[in-house]
Design a protein around this ligand. Sequence first.
Ligand code: HEM
Ligand code: HEM
Length: 184
Amino acid sequence: MTLRSTANGWGPVTRAFHWGMLLLFVGTVCVGYYMTDLRMGPAKLKIYALHKSVGITLLGLAVLRLLWRLGERRPALPPMPAWQARAAGGVHVLLYALMFLIPLSGWLYNSASGFPLQWFRLVNLPALSGADPQLKALAKAIHETGVATLIGVVVLHAAAALKHHFMDKDATLRLMLPSRGVRR
Ligand code: HEM
Ligand code: HEM
């Protein structure tokens, strides 16, 4: 069994990144929306710290995923109009950009707010800026807009996958599903 993607299907490493990061993204987005409404106290601080640590983990995973993907080929596309193939590629590029923009803007927001940043109480991370109220507001807006954009783009991306599966009845979704050795 090869770890790499082939003309006939996405490899196990790409599939593990894809579905593992989806789960972490769903959890981090839910915690993000939940935590902001909590009353200030030790529970809120703990949940913020967890959100930041998992967010930084997602940033690390995005770096590894992109490096892995740059060395990969993608499976052959099923027959489809050229504009659809281009749109799918464009959406993938946008998703990678958001995978970086969201955690980096969260990190910048934290730094511009003047807070220190620890990854799971194990590693102290450097500040990306000094305390700066204007930068803080900008980073917060980017973080929130980035998440809203991600949700919209993922809905579109998942709808396209379901359309391929149920209407076009091609292998697009099967080739990305956790494998039971599924190949074209
Ligand atoms: C990919 C990873 C991340 C996702 C998906 C994510 C998602 C979210 C969401 C959904 C919110 C709520 C936004 C709102 O109220 O409109 C939020 C808020 C926040 N995030 Fe993240 N986040 C991520 C990474 C990070 C990182 C790495 C940090 C800091 C190091 C961070 C710091 C914050 C802070 C401080 C808030 C609170 C904003 C407030 O108090 O209004 N986030 N995040
Ligand atoms: C229920 C949600 C999702 C479904 C059903 C889904 C489905 C798929 C499918 C079927 C493919 C293969 C497309 C092709 O062959 O061209 C794919 C690729 C891809 N998906 Fe998703 N996806 C989902 C969520 C996400 C999320 C949350 C992200 C990123 C934050 C994401 C990022 C990507 C990327 C970047 C690719 C290109 C392959 C790669 O580099 O990993 N997907 N997805």
